[in-house]
Write a protein that binds this ligand. Structure first.
Ligand SMILES: [Zn+2]
Length: 116
């Protein structure tokens, strides 16, 4: 085991401090980093074990991101609303076209009537 200094060795051997040379009474940033790295590595290992176990059980190993699903659902809802709006718009235009053709047809008929 490496020690930051002779003082660190003395602290560790007397169980009064950490390998970085600080007593337990004070905060040690290096100890926190060591702990966080350990937590990080353990979390990855546990996630991999869980994924392997899920695959062995015939489940999807890497479940879809729930939040991504929720976002996708919102987007789908928005697109559906936009599509419904476009359909209403298209119907209005088709109704307008239909009325216009009817009006033109009536007008043509009226002109033909005048001509005959
Ligand atoms: Zn430390």
């Amino acid at each position: 085991m490496e020690y930051a200094s002779d003082e660190a060795r003395r602290l560790v051997q007397t169980m009064r401090g950490c390998h970085h040379g600080r007593t337990w009474a004070v905060y040690c940033r290096d100890c926190e980093i060591v702990g966080l790295r350990q937590t990080y590595a353990d979390s990855i290992r546990r996630a991999r074990n869980a994924e392997r176990r899920l695959l062995a059980m015939g489940e999807v190993g890497n479940p879809p991101d729930v939040r991504a699903d929720v976002r996708a659902a919102d987007e789908i809802e928005r697109l559906r609303a936009e599509l419904a709006e476009l359909r209403r718009f298209r119907k209005a235009i088709m109704d307008y076209d239909s009325n216009l053709y009817d009006a033109l047809a009536d007008s043509d008929a009226a002109h033909k009537g005048e001509g005959e």
